[in-house]
Write a new protein. Structure first.
Length: 383
């Protein structure tokens, strides 16, 4: 496609990548169901998880991925399990789940039950397990939900009373939440983690709410002042959490519009959140959803800081149908009008199983998607 020489990527994000979550095998789903029913103890569940993750690592390596994950196999949710692992946060049942397009999720949340701390987070041991089973030269990417995502969860109307019982102001909870995250990240680093991805739906939801009037003709329920206030709050907590980290630790973020059983929660381009997201959040790279018209155009990418990378999520994880190769090649060139091609990478738009239910596609289709990402990236960048 081009004879240009590109910078060789030696740390994540690589030229081809996946977001992190992968379809759970049936044996793992069965074990989780047995555990929930009291028919399998914690040790038994962990044994199945361990075996499944080791097999998944081999599959990712065979697929040519240079940075692998545990597929989030030890989690029920992409975000709540991490929140529940923080000190001062408890699991809570609700009457209603998250509302997605044509579907409602299981009804669970995370609520404040004490002062927040990141001490002894279980994800550190989860990382160590993967690190111990990868081949030489293969990196482990640890995915965790962004601090802003946790803040948004704790601020839900159903959780406000509990939050205010321990924190009188947003500033106080931001300070403790950022410190808790910083502790977990430092512990992951001490365990050997060198790339951590912050998964974040907050910006996508802000963008979607702000765009609602334009898309449907309805009056938006967020005015500009409220939008700006939330953007600043999310920026502050994310940046505070990743401040003063080791220079060889790469922090990236994945900006999502919701992914549950192949359904979505938000629609709208990045226009209303690009400032400050793309020019002030202190991450190394943005994994961005660009698999449908809901994502808007590439023009907001012009605000991405010159020292940052953009991983284009042009291959959908929501269906098994393979994208047209030339269409993806054309879209990469279109994005390169706003961010130089050397600072672009390619991935699936989201995980294949943000929750344990997984998206509606087969295992073969999942791996075919990953193979397509790799093949196109090799054509574009020679990577």
């Amino acid at each position: 496609m081009t004879t240009t020489t590109f910078t060789k990527r030696t740390v994540s994000p690589f030229r081809y990548d996946v977001v992190g979550s992968l379809l759970r095998p049936q044996v793992l789903k069965d074990a989780r169901a047995q555990f929930a029913a009291g028919q399998l103890d914690a040790a038994g569940l962990k044994a199945v998880e361990d075996t499944s993750i080791i097999e998944l690592i081999k599959q990712q390596e065979a697929a040519g991925l240079k940075a692998v994950t545990d597929g989030e196999f030890r989690r029920s949710w992409w975000h709540l399990d991490f929140f529940w692992g923080l000190q001062g946060i408890s699991k809570k049942q609700l009457d209603q789940g998250y509302i997605f397009h044509d579907e409602e999720t299981r009804a669970e949340t995370a609520t404040v039950s004490g002062k927040l701390s990141g001490a002894n987070h279980p994800f550190v041991d989860h990382f160590k397990f993967v690190q111990a089973h990868v081949s030489d030269g293969i990196q482990v990417k640890q995915t965790i939900p962004a601090p802003a995502q946790c803040l948004a969860e704790l601020q839900r109307p159903e959780n406000q009373a509990a939050l205010r019982q321990y924190y009188a102001t947003d500033a106080e909870v931001v300070a403790d939440l950022a410190a808790a995250y910083h502790q977990v990240i430092e512990d992951l680093y001490a365990a050997g983690a060198r790339t951590i991805q912050l998964d974040d739906c907050t910006w996508g939801m802000l963008a979607g709410n702000h765009a609602k009037g334009a898309e449907t003709g309805e009056v938006s329920d967020r005015n500009d002042a409220v939008l700006d206030e939330n953007k600043q709050l999310y920026l502050d907590v994310n940046n505070a959490a990743i401040k003063d980290l080791p220079a060889d630790l790469t922090i990236t973020t994945h900006i999502c519009r919701g992914n549950y059983h192949s359904t979505w929660a938000s629609a709208g381009g990045y226009d209303s959140v690009a400032d400050p997201l793309f020019n002030q959040e202190n991450v190394k790279a943005y994994y961005l959803e660009y698999d449908s018209e809901r994502a808007g155009g590439f023009e907001p990418l012009k605000l991405v800081s010159d020292d940052k990378l953009v991983v284009l999520g042009l291959i959908t994880s929501k269906s098994g149908e393979l994208e047209d190769r030339q269409t993806i090649l054309n879209r990469i060139q279109e994005a390169a009008k706003y961010v130089p091609l050397d600072r672009l990478c390619l991935s699936t738009q989201c995980g294949f199983a943000s929750t344990e239910e997984g998206n509606v596609l087969t295992f073969d289709q999942q791996w075919a998607k990953i193979a397509l990402v790799k093949s196109i990236a090799e054509e574009v960048w020679g990577a």
